[in-house]
Design a protein around this ligand. Structure first.
Ligand code: XMP
Length: 508
């Protein structure tokens, strides 16, 4: 499989470079700058990322490109470009003014293949403290801005380019075109990394890897575990044993409807009703992290007990995706890229299961594209993210069966209305929160003293930052009205208007 190698020097934008390349249907890998793999013929080009470091710093990341053939195309971005210049004797120093934000790029060599189809002047995004004051001999400026003479350069007679701006960010108007020029033009990639090809090759390799072995997988109702299940099902059919646990903390009717949908897709799935156990163990537990621990432990124990019933099972499948497996770069101040958010934690005791992770190579949007190509139920495909501990962290404070039931009803009205008003798909995540306070109201002639429901709806790209959704007033009025009228135990509804940061998406 053709691929581009991205050497990570710790920039916050490294992942974005990878996303842009994947959008061209070209596979790419991100590796730390000091762990360059053997260069095989499938690697068609190398990109050197940006970095929070300075090439002049004592601990500046220094890649060893000795194993990279001289003919392989290289593109340095920001720090990568500065390093390419500095390591050959160019002068890199602190720019008087830190160059940050929009700038206008003027082309000096319209014939350069990196600049094909880019207008003579276009906006780019700068973000660097150092600047390249002079280029080494044999380097040629191909584009400049009013303050940065050496904004883009090429090494004459070689397949090496450098750009000091960030072509990968949205604010660089023709940045995508520039990356296309490099990846599809200069490196000659064909763009064959499509969902159909991914499915075909993954199914073939799963067949080979797993043979006649049995695999167990925990389904959550979310996109990742569902797509992992469909891929494995294509490869090994009923030898994939899926387990779907009802913790009692799912949304209203979710257990039955999602289970029916899994069965309809032909999966060999067992639903395990364990809500009494989870709710029993949560009695008296108030603190959010303590609740998470109880739910996580119960989940592992219920899952393990079921998995142990499957004779001769050899493998545990997980829905791990690419952002979870990228190794973070060893650059001080680098953005942390490792995140391990597996809802299925812990291996079944004494079973010595091997791990299989069919989505390891995919970004979230690619998981969705693959899911669609596999015929995943659109309802599951477009589902908002939902936390592993479920409604357990949306009933604030102690969780009781009564409070969960109230929250499920209110949530069903909110989510159902978002779908009816065609708002659901524009939103990253929405849900309701049951506050542990009662307030006074009046209904008919009677004074009420009941719970408050908070509504939360946010837009986000990755859950790391988020903004509250400007829902229409008429919509909010309808939802509030229905919740108070239809959900017994609630007499007040409020809307959360905080962004993240400083607030988080969940309230606990
Ligand atoms: P916060 O609340 O930190 O949430 O802004 C960011 C994203 O993570 C989800 N989330 C969780 N997911 N287990 C999970 O699997 C958890 O304990 C957990 N806590 C928060 C949250 O729903 C949002 O998508």
């Amino acid at each position: 499989m053709e691929r581009i190698l991205i050497l990570d020097f710790g920039s916050q934008y490294t992942m974005l470079i990878a996303r842009r390349i994947r959008e061209m249907n070209v596979y790419c890998d991100i590796v730390p700058f000091n762990k360059i793999p053997a260069i095989t013929p499938e690697i068609k080009g190398v990109i050197l990322s940006g970095s929070p470091a300075s090439v002049r710093g004592e601990n500046a990341p220094q890649p060893d490109l000795g194993g990279v053939p001289a003919t392989l195309p290289l593109l340095g971005i920001c720090y990568g470009a500065q390093w390419l210049a500095w390591s050959k004797g160019g002068d890199v120093s602190a720019s008087g003014t830190r160059e940050y934000g929009r700038a206008i790029l003027s082309i000096k060599d319209a014939g350069d293949p990196l600049l094909k189809d880019i207008p003579a002047e276009s906006q780019v995004w700068m973000s660097h403290g150092d600047t390249i004051n002079s280029l080494p001999e044999g380097y040629k400026v191909i584009a400049s801005t009013s303050t940065v003479e050496n904004a883009a350069f090429r090494v004459v007679g070689k397949q090496i380019w450098g750009i000091q701006f960030h072509a990968e960010v949205h604010h660089s108007e023709f940045g995508k075109q520039m990356l296309r020029n490099f990846v599809l033009g200069i490196c000659g990639c064909e763009g064959s990394w499509t969902p159909a090809n991914f499915i075909e090759s993954t199914v073939a390799s799963l067949k080979e890897q797993l043979g006649r072995d049995k695999v167990v997988l925990g389904l959550s109702g979310g996109v990742d575990s569902s797509v992992a299940a469909l891929l494995l099902h294509r490869a090994i059919g009923p030898r994939l044993h899926c387990i779907f646990v009802d913790s009692g903390l799912l949304r209203k009717d979710e257990f039955t409807s999602v289970l029916a949908s899994y069965k309809g897709m032909g999966l060999n799935v067992k639903g395990v009703e364990a809500s009494a156990r989870f709710l029993g163990d949560l009695a008296g537990v108030v603190e959010p992290e303590a609740k998470r621990k109880v739910i996580g432990r119960d989940f592992v124990e219920v899952f393990n007990a079921e998995a142990e019933k499957i004779e001769d099972v050899r493998w545990l499948a997980q829905g791990t995706i690419y952002p979870d497996v990228i190794e973070s770069s060893a650059v001080p101040g680098a953005s942390a890229t490792i995140k391990s958010h597996h809802n299925v934690g812990g291996l079944p005791k004494d079973m010595k299961l091997k791990i299989v992770e069919p989505l390891r190579l995919l970004f979230k949007d690619e998981v969705r594209r693959v899911g669609k190509a596999l015929g995943l139920d659109p309802d599951i495909l477009g589902r908002h993210p939902f936390p592993g501990p479920g409604l357990g962290i949306r009933v604030l404070g102690e969780v009781t069966p009564e409070k969960v039931a109230i929250l499920q009803e209110a949530d069903a009205i909110f989510i159902g209305s978002l779908k009816r008003w065609n708002l659901y798909d524009e939103i990253w995540q929405a849900g309701t929160i049951l506050l542990p306070v009662k307030s006074v109201g009046v209904m008919g002639d009677e004074r009420t003293y009941e719970y408050t429901i908070a509504l939360r709806a946010v837009t986000s790209v990755d859950g790391m930052t988020a903004d509250w959704v400007r829902l229409p007033y008429d919509f909010l009025a309808e939802v509030s009205d229905r919740i108070i009228r239809e959900v017994k135990g609630v007499n007040r509804v409020v809307y959360d208007i905080c962004s993240k940061p400083p607030a988080t998406i969940e309230w606990e």
